[in-house]
Design a protein around this ligand. Sequence first.
Ligand code: OGA
Ligand code: MN
Length: 303
Amino acid sequence: MSQLTARQLGFALGAEVTGIDLSKPLNDLKRREILDAWHKHLVLVFPGQDLSAEEQIAFSRNFGALEDNESLPYYRDPAHKEILLVTNKQIGGKPSETRNTGRNWHADLTYTTRPAKGSLLLCKEKPAVGGDTMWANLYLAYETLSAPLRDFLDRLEAIHDFSLVKGVEQRDPEKVAELKRRNPPVAHAVVKAHPETGRKSLFLGQRIRGFVGMTEEESAPILAFLNQHATSPEFVYRHRWSVKDLVMWDNRCTLHVALPDFDQTKTRHMTRTSLLGEVTGRVLEEGAAPQKEALLQTIASVS
Ligand code: OGA
Ligand code: MN
């Protein structure tokens, strides 16, 4: 008999899973139960998991191959390339470059052609108050749009751009230049069917420059509307972390944001593993976003 319990935390998404010790190997039944709960609730919170890096990696591997974080090589745990350190602890006597990770709504690694399938974030240390994270349900965001707008979006691609990661300009300029070279802008469909549930969702966020084939002027208001719609309070779950919470989210049908709602002189230290996703994007060729001026020229040539 199963003792694994999933208690819903938010109406739109999120459930707390108890009755399981993630440091122990999983049998097939438990693995299946977790996957089913994940597909249903999108964000699973496992409280009280005191995992070592090796244990976090081993648990994560139950759900697929892991990212080696090659697109963000400076922020890895030196001993484990699968672990990204999301921390405001000093590293080598300098402020950590990941202290402001995730400060705008995003899904992980969408600025690569292979966004993460999911991520698992473990809270090691946190300030007494705040340092919360919010997640939004992108299935609901899509399903609550009108039919004509959904039809329009079904055929659209968006341009995801690493330069739009919030706070990137505060990082070491040389590292950032290299990260930009490694991560040129990529196009992803705005609407994707989830490979496991088959359900369609929006695939957006605040690291998007615009839509392929459209000008910035055309893209900006549509993008702003869609992001605002997708992150409406009724589609959001806000997590107040406790140390030893492991949160596992589905990156294909949610967005998340890390809130700076805490005393930045206090330590917040998290370790992240990410599940390797499918290749769903393509690197863009020049001219993917036409300029308004160029389009205006067509008036001159037809009149
Ligand atoms: C991440 C991220 C959120 C947080 O690790 O992918 O966005 O609250 N972090 O630290
Ligand atoms: Mn993130």
